[in-house]
Design a protein around this ligand. Sequence first.
Ligand code: GAL
Length: 736
Amino acid sequence: MKWFVVFLIFLSMKMLSLHSAPSTSTAHNSGTLLTGLDRVKDWENMAPGVWRARIGDSEKELSYTDLAARSPRMEALNRLPEVPFPFAKEPVSSLCNDGLVHVRIPCGADESIYGFGLQLDGINKSRRVLDLNVDHWARGGGRTHAPVPFYISSKGYGVFFNTARFIKVHAQVGNRKDSPNNPTPVDRNPPPQEPAKGPWMAQPPGDAVEVNLRGQGVEVVVFSGKNLLDIVSRYNLFCGGGAMPPLWGLGFWHRVPASFNAEQSTKEVEEFAAQDMPLDVLGLEPGWMTRSYPCTFEWQKHRFPDPAGFTKAMFERGVRLNLWENPYVSPEGKLHKSLEPLSGSHMVWLGIVPDLMLPEARQLLCKHHADEHVSIGVSGYKIDEVDGYDQWLWPEHAVFPSGTPAESMRQAYGLLWQKMLLEELFRESNTRTWSLVRSSNGAASGMPFTLYSDSYNHAEYITGLSAASLSGILWSPEVRGAGSAAEWLARIQTVCFSPLAMLNAWASATKPWEFPEVTDQVRAAIHLRMRLLPYLYAAFADYNQKGIPPIRAMILEEAAPTPVVQKADEELDDVNNPYADGGIRIIEQNDQFMFGPSILVAPYYGDKSQKREVRLPKGDWYDFYTGEFVGNGSSIEVATPERTPLFVKDGAVIPMLAKAINNTRNAYGHPLEVRHYGKSSGSFALYEDDGNSFNYENGEFGIRELSFVDGKGSEAIAKSGPRLFGDVSSWVQMGN
Ligand code: GAL
């Protein structure tokens, strides 16, 4: 008999329920141990809700926290409430054998597993096998620009495998014969007279997240908290807190075609001004160098005869320069000779690969970058091609002079570049950077680098914003081109609600006014981003100090039901569907996300470029533009493609610049309009610092508390410090 039944394996995610065993800092001894596995004991309680265990010789491995921007923010973690250890009942177990390390984390069939980095095909990774290898996105299966080995469970905990090794994950896939939780087998072809005992499942759910890797050991860090946002925040704090952008980094970015020279670039900047289009950062692509692929990191004097003069002239217009580069050093470059003995055995694009584990290699690179770029005012870099996997990067048998395994180098190379540029270049000159990188990994939350990709699916680009928020990374759904005016506008609207609002015209030569019929709306979208700078900057301060991602997946906002569905007994087909299982379908909605503390963004995209559905979480929600009530826990339809659908929580207070500006230097001292939405009282902690240096790390920042009570706004100084924005010029009760 055929089943055409679609049945739910997991009906809906239950309310987050935490395990109830008491918290302790040592061994947890209850639960059944499966054959041949060792109980992971000696969980060290490092801070409230953070436990660490070392399996095998984990100290001999390169761990991601070794490369974090800062050490764990213990003071912030220690202020958080204690929560119980999540694996007190069922033990975490491991096996180290013949260089293979295996860790088994118990996990119920009813749990949803989220995360593992920049997985652009969806955030729910339940019942999947993933290879966590740095790679281009297109390879899929776990391989991505940032395969962060950190996941969170709907049950209320997170697990981080803190090692720069390829990791294979079997998330609820696989059934051990000695497990007490296996489902009962069902006959796939029962005789006609027998009553069916239930649907046969091609993939019976497993009861663990099992991982394996080759190495000497692994450090496992477990996080718990009151909800998923709390867990992710603790992870970010453990990794040193979130990155704090310079204010200019949040302005609009434009990258010019790879062959552009100084004159063409200047003309482009002038056109932005003539078009009344915001611009803060101009990105130069490979042609700025004498040689690229492999690179010299030296100015191409035919195109840029006077780099210092050009950089200065740009800066006088308020425009900073971001330089593209990949790390592979050309034999024609000045750096080649001295870096040659400090590089790996294999080349990339016939350029040598500097071993960044060696301080001498980093010093040579940083001195060059300081002398030739940063000293004349270059504000940051786009570190390309650090994500290539087998086809492009070095093989696993490559040898590096520091003795770092080639595999770990591949997993961590993007991180190593970020760490070097942050610590040994920008921090040295006490100037913040906001830069780009094409690969990252664990413990990266403090890195002022945003990821991007050569892939270009708009829906996936929106998903990336949610995915990144679960793993301490930042993602830019950059705009390059579009097949229609509607797509162009929708993509620009999306990128304006991301950590880095950029048009990357390196090959397309597009400009924001590419489709004249929507130029006014494009300008309005970018202007709105500029007006929201005070709000966004404060959201980043929360990332930095409290670990709260500034742009967040909806599951961090509410315990959203995200059922895992298995389509059973679909049409049998001996070529295309021999198991008649239809595959595991994960139903989730990643096309909306939170921007800062109180704005829900639901961008238009794909065939939803004119009209779409928005799911509003529980609580009263208001239209950002009009202040009108729109719903509570309901789904609504919007059809206003001329502007990004934005919805605001009841009681939200939103500080904005009173008028749109075209460059962040005009934000300094700019008067504020403070809006209030809905009926409840609310407040907003407006964070301010000098906008550019690292002095905020020494407490040089101020907080103005902006409150609305009974429809009346008021301001109080919560912490005195530098002022960035101007006075409040208007308090607006929206909807009135
Ligand atoms: C690609 C990169 C593009 C562009 C191009 C220049 O690898 O993803 O954004 O920079 O290189 O050659």
